[in-house]
Design a binder for this molecule. Structure first.
Ligand code: NAD
Length: 481
């Protein structure tokens, strides 16, 4: 795969970059370069924001259209994305190491399902209502699009997380400047091609791959009305500071360190629950924000839980992300592997008991691989239990009773995902209700497009997905009549 692009998709056209800077995405499994794209500079962002601004401000343009008319365009975009399904799978998994089996589920199909869901919301949602005023007259309450959206996305699920922003923004009548992460740029060109093919009006979706400084420039751009960010908590704090100063609405989907709470009645037979446990704790090589990487195990069945997770992690097929049999691919970058390995070293140094993994696979000489790793006997105050590792590393933490499990689950700076594993779903839901987190599953976890997704505490602000996800792209306007 040698893919070269020399333009950006801005204002409905393929335009030349203003500098000669380039980005070279690399295959995470082989360390080979995959191609080259231009790297956006501030002047490119200026052009993209101007195009989005012009499209939004056009009095008879996109924002003024009936939602059902926008829905037709969104439907065509979903079709154009689906026609490129194989391309998205190949490009995403080559760039970030996501196993193709995972990419096939979550980087195609899923993003277009999100878009189709918002298409139906655009058709059905009520954007205006009239109510009687308390002091006479009537009041018109309008939900108007917030305006030009700066959408900044990370590399771990580049298409799904971009769609979390495009879909509600398009449904409400906003326009966007999307800044993909430098690690995952090739898939963003397929998206731009789909946008063009679908006949999305010029300037509604603009895409400029660039690094963090240019991202910061976009966040602070005077013509941007709202920022939608997914990424690390550190970057989220910096972006929130800028948006605070500018009083600019912002949605932040940040890091996590969620708890997978195994109750004392849980079924631990991996033939029945292995796939679900994998999806909730190790999906995408551990590079998934909502994973329950702190596994809380009852002391009464502690050894059994340790055995189950050790067997699960030890049984996974580690290999080239393009191999259909691969369950754990490489880390997305060399830097990311260094980070994961430094946490494994910290875990050893903190006295946690390594039960499987801990190193690099012997048989893979190229690629940024790390063995799926399990630490038992971890104290919840340990660094490996408190900080997000973003790799296939689980910390098993014993608890005394359910109150203790809830206390440990909540003893975290983060609050994004989590799961409860039990033979009794009602009991599981009662425990789930006590965990301070934006989302949590009972015996399963999948961010469902029909429900709000996001975090509390250092995991973020605001929600994406569900009908609730529309509100992040709307302002209320009240007209007294
Ligand atoms: P990152 O924060 O370094 O980068 C994310 C994106 O933000 C990239 O496009 C980057 O170029 C840009 N960026 C970085 N600093 C910026 C700044 N100051 N201003 C503007 N843009 C900036 O994160 P990453 O390493 O790419 O992704 C991993 C992190 O993302 C993890 O912490 C993970 O938990 C988090 N994440 C969260 C969710 C969620 O929904 N909560 C989903 C996926 C990933």
């Amino acid at each position: 795969m040698e893919l070269r692009y020399d333009t950006f998709y801005i204002g409905g056209e393929w335009v030349r970059p203003t500098t000669s800077r380039t980005i070279t995405p690399v295959n995470a499994s082989t360390e080979e370069p995959l191609g080259q794209v231009p790297e956006g500079a501030e002047a490119d962002i200026d052009r993209a924001v101007a195009a989005a601004r012009a499209a939004f401000d056009d009095p008879s343009g996109w924002a003024s259209w009936e939602p059902a008319r926008r829905a037709e365009v969104m439907e065509r975009l979903a079709d154009a994305i689906d026609r490129r399904a194989d391309g998205f799978v190949d490009r995403v998994s080559a760039q970030n190491g996501m196993p193709v089996a995972v990419a096939r589920q979550l980087e195609t199909g899923y993003p277009s399902a999100v878009l189709r869901y918002y298409t139906s919301l655009a058709r059905d949602a009520v954007f205006e209502e009239t109510r009687p005023g308390l002091f006479g007259g009537s009041i018109e309450v309008r939900k108007v699009p917030v305006g030009v959206v700066a959408a900044i996305v990370p590399w771990n699920f580049p298409q799904a997380l971009t769609m979390f922003k495009i879909a509600p923004a398009m449904a409400t009548g906003c326009t966007l400047v999307i800044k993909p992460s430098p690690e995952t740029v090739l898939d963003s060109y397929l998206l731009a091609e789909a946008v063009e093919e679908a006949g999305v009006p010029a300037g509604v979706v603009n895409i400029v791959p660039a690094g963090r400084e240019v991202g910061a420039y976009l966040v602070a751009h005077p013509s941007v009305d709202k920022v939608a960010f997914t990424g690390s908590t550190a970057a989220g704090r910096a972006i929130a500071e800028t948006c605070g100063r500018l009083l600019r609405p912002v949605t932040l989907e940040l890091g996590g360190k969620s708890a997978a709470i195994v109750l004392d009645d849980a079924d631990l037979d991996l033939t029945r629950i292995g796939e679900g446990l994998f999806g909730a704790t190790l999906l995408n090589n551990g590079q998934t924000c909502f994973l329950g990487t702190r596994v809380l195990a009852p002391r009464s069945r502690y050894a059994e839980v340790v055995d189950a997770f050790t067997a699960l992690a030890g049984s996974l097929t580690v290999g080239d992300a393009s191999d259909a049999a691969t369950q754990i691919g490489p880390m997305a970058t060399a830097r990311q592997r260094e980070r994961v390995e430094s946490y494994i070293a910290k875990g050893r140094g903190e006295g946690a008991r390594l039960t499987t993994g801990g190193g690099r696979p012997d048989d893979l000489e190229r690629g940024w691989f790390v063995q799926p790793t399990v630490f038992a006997d971890v104290d919840n105050s340990a660094v490996i239990a408190q900080e997000e590792i973003f790799g296939p590393v689980l910390s098993l933490i014993p608890y005394d009773d359910v109150d203790d499990a809830v206390r440990i689950a909540n003893d975290s700076d983060f609050g994004l995902g989590g799961t409860v594993w039990t033979a009794d779903p009602e009991r599981g839901a009662a425990v789930a209700h006590r965990v301070r987190t934006g989302t949590i599953g009972v015996n399963r976890y999948i961010p469902d497009p029909a429900a709000p997704f996001g975090g509390v505490k250092a995991s973020g602000l605001g929600r994406e997905l569900g009908p609730e996800g529309l509100t992040g792209y709307q302002q209320f306007q009240t007209v007294y009549r």
